[in-house]
Design a protein around this ligand. Structure first.
Ligand code: ADP
Ligand code: MG
Length: 292
């Protein structure tokens, strides 16, 4: 490609809110065979809401909610915000944590009013040796509806399951269809649990799911796809997407996402609308066709 044609192409893209940070990205984008996408905040809106709480026998909802929200008030994770917002609406009076620890990709652990409060994913509870079977039926049902089930343990006993729902962006389904129409394979990469991720992928027609990926594992997931001979474009918005953006053949960050994701990307999409991923690829194909 000539420098001029690339300038014209990237200039046109900029007018529609697609910023190419380098000319080579245009060529890499044209060669992409797989589009890998982060789930939370990229495919979904990234603002989960608490939808369901089920309390174990011998626990009280008011108590559990106060302890859980007190622990989560120290976390910056979107699911923590969902829990705290709900607790506030319910008029829960939060207590300051005597100790707090965030366990990335797992959950949080805090001491509240002398009680050990642990909140997080099923794999966290399994690490703690807790039996989750009392909630198995309800959790399966909620996961199949695309909700994310979390669990709370108080002083080492399973006390509740709390589900949050993060709706997909209205444009995501159309965006995925457009990518497929261009002959591309789509893959969702997420830290969320397998069943929930699969339910969301199914509603959008996404080809493959890599779920329960720990925060530092997304780049490895991209590498795996590349080892199979794919040229991978990765789309993400979060702090833990930065290594995957760097590892991919071409990284696309959402402009409303975190600074570190934007800095690691080759292409910045000014809006969160994923149809711009397809538009960027269409443009890369058109630009480089013109100059052949
Ligand atoms: P994602 O961005 O896909 O949510 P993360 O690696 O941030 O991926 O989190 C993976 C999972 O770990 C979440 O879906 C949730 O189950 C659990 N988790 C992480 N942080 C928290 C938290 N503060 N409270 C409860 N669960 C959490
Ligand atoms: Mg994200």
């Amino acid at each position: 490609a000539t420098p001029t044609s690339i300038m014209v192409g990237t200039g046109k893209a900029a007018e529609t809110g697609i910023l190419f940070r380098n000319g080579i990205a245009l060529q890499h984008l044209r060669e992409a065979t797989v589009i890998a996408l982060d789930k939370t905040g990229t495919i979904t809106q990234g603002q989960p809401q608490l939808t369901d709480i089920h309390i174990a026998e011998s626990f009280e909802k008011t108590d559990v909610l106060r302890l859980v929200a007190s622990a989560e008030s120290k976390s910056e994770h979107p699911v923590a915000q969902a829990i705290c917002q709900y607790a506030q609406q319910q008029g829960a009076a939060l207590t300051d944590a005597a100790s707090f620890r965030a366990l990335p990709g797992l959950g949080v652990e805090a001491t509240i009013d002398g009680q050990l409060v642990q909140v997080g994913a099923d794999r966290y509870m399994q690490q703690l040796g807790l039996d989750l079977s009392p909630f198995a039926a309800i959790v399966t049902q909620l996961s199949d509806a695309g909700k994310t089930p979390l669990y709370a343990a108080i002083d080492g006993t399973l006390a509740a399951t709390i589900s949050v729902s993060d709706p997909v962006k209205p444009s995501s389904a159309t965006a995925i269809q457009a990518l497929h129409a261009m002959g591309l394979r789509t893959v969702m990469i997420t830290g969320d649990n397998q069943r929930t991720a699969q339910a969301i992928a199914r509603t959008l027609g996404i080809d493959d799911v890599l779920a329960e990926i720990m925060p530092d594992g997304k780049a490895d997931a991209v590498r795996q796809l590349q080892d199979n001979g794919s040229k991978v474009a990765f789309v993400g918005d979060g702090i833990n997407d930065a290594p995957a953006l760097a590892q991919s053949d071409v990284g696309l960050a959402i402009g409303t996402g975190t600074d570190i994701a934007i800095e690691s990307a080759d292409v910045v999409l000014m809006s969160g609308d994923l149809r711009n991923v397809a538009n960027a690829i269409a443009l890369s194909r058109a630009t480089l066709r013109n100059i052949k």
